[in-house]
Write a protein that binds this ligand. Structure first.
Ligand SMILES: *Cc1c(COP(=O)(O)O)cnc(C)c1O
Length: 339
């Protein structure tokens, strides 16, 4: 849920992603070589208008959070998983990437430089490592960019939705796809561009907050978050495939849910099953920005289907709060997610 600025109801902070921390760390790739990363004040990047990214969409990114602990230390949530996913995304879009230690070093350096900008809980420093193809060659439609830029920027963020916040209204889209199969598991701007018109239309015609993509009835994910069905005993979600993004939050909710006694069921399911499930159960979206957001209603073919009483469900709240407690250092980090 990166695309929907929301005001924090408990704190007066800027909408998600609209303010930036004052430093960035940048590395350049040319002639088969990554130069030493450089730290600098946040500012415009000099890019040739013929850069590969502008014409052929060669880009990918990550989104993760650093939290200020009660003891004053700063910790990043599941850095290893985010870096591993960035490596997969880079391969999918045919871009080079610095070695893992360099990427981690650049991310940590950004956190260190921007330390004063990190808000207290429930806020965090949202980190956005970004990789783009910069070769200036508009004839390179069928070739990988021979030059690249990898940079890390940061944005202080508040609580995306407070836990007593409103539930979401989600349009079920069972014709259109968010991303082409094989590309859906890459975190790339191209997939957002591909989904955007459907999301914009759903906002206009159905006042929906987001679209749940279910091509041919196969429930996948929304434009920017994974999708879970939850009740008092179970968490049901689609098993990972290359058609959708493998969220770190999704994985964290499943791991945490299992430890709290929920049965984790990863299998394909249909729109008809959602309608049946929500008569008694809950539905939620997961992602780094919003953690776990409760769905209050679905719109399908112009008809509205309310989830339970339309408010955020008790299990959704419980799981979201348990995850936030670990992230903020208020609960024991049993899974070693903070580093
Ligand atoms: C980033 C993203 C998610 C959520 O992933 P997290 O690792 O949980 O933040 C889900 N879907 C899409 C399309 C995404 O880009």
């Amino acid at each position: 849920m990166l695309d929907e600025p929301k005001r924090n109801s408990t704190q007066d902070v800027a909408p998600f992603g609209t303010i930036f921390a004052p430093y960035m760390v940048v590395a350049k790739y040319a002639e088969n070589n990554w130069a030493e990363p450089e730290s600098m004040p946040l500012g415009p990047l000099p890019l040739h208008p013929g850069s590969h990214v502008f014409h052929y969409g060669s880009s990918c990114f990550e989104g993760m959070k650093a939290f200020l602990m009660p003891d004053g230390m700063v910790r990043i949530f599941r850095l290893d998983r985010h870096v591993a996913r960035l490596q997969e995304s880079a391969q999918t879009v045919c871009l080079p990437l610095p070695p893992r230690e360099t990427i981690e070093g650049m991310i940590r350096k950004t956190v260190e430089l921007c330390r004063d900008a990190i808000p207290n809980e429930p806020g965090a420093l949202y980190l956005r490592p970004t990789l783009i193809g910069t070769e200036s060659n508009i004839g390179a439609a069928g070739a990988a960019s021979g030059e690249a830029l990898f940079f890390v920027i940061a944005s202080p963020v508040g609580d995306y939705f407070s836990s007593d916040g409103r539930s979401l209204r989600i349009k079920i889209e069972d014709q259109q796809m968010r991303a082409v199969p094989g590309f859906g598991s890459a975190k790339t701007g191209g997939n957002y561009a591909s989904a955007l018109r459907h999301v914009v239309k759903a906002r206009e015609t159905d006042q929906a907050d987001q679209v749940l993509f279910c091509p041919d009835g196969d429930v996948q994910e929304t434009g920017a978050s994974n999708f879970l069905l939850i009740n008092d005993h179970q968490i049901l979600t689609k098993p990972v495939t290359d058609a959708f993004l493998h969220g770190v939050t999704r994985d964290s909710v499943l791991t945490l849910g299992e430890s709290l006694g929920y049965e984790i069921v990863e299998r394909d399911f249909t729109v008809a099953e959602i309608k049946e499930w929500i008569k008694t159960g809950e539905a939620a979206l997961s992602g780094t920005a919003a953690v776990l957001s409760g769905v209050g209603s679905f719109i399908h073919n112009g008809m509205s289907f309310t989830v339970g009483d339309g408010k955020i469900g008790a299990n959704t709240k419980r799981l979201g709060e348990a995850l936030k407690a670990i992230q903020a250092g208020r609960a024991r980090d049993s899974f070693h997610w903070l580093s």
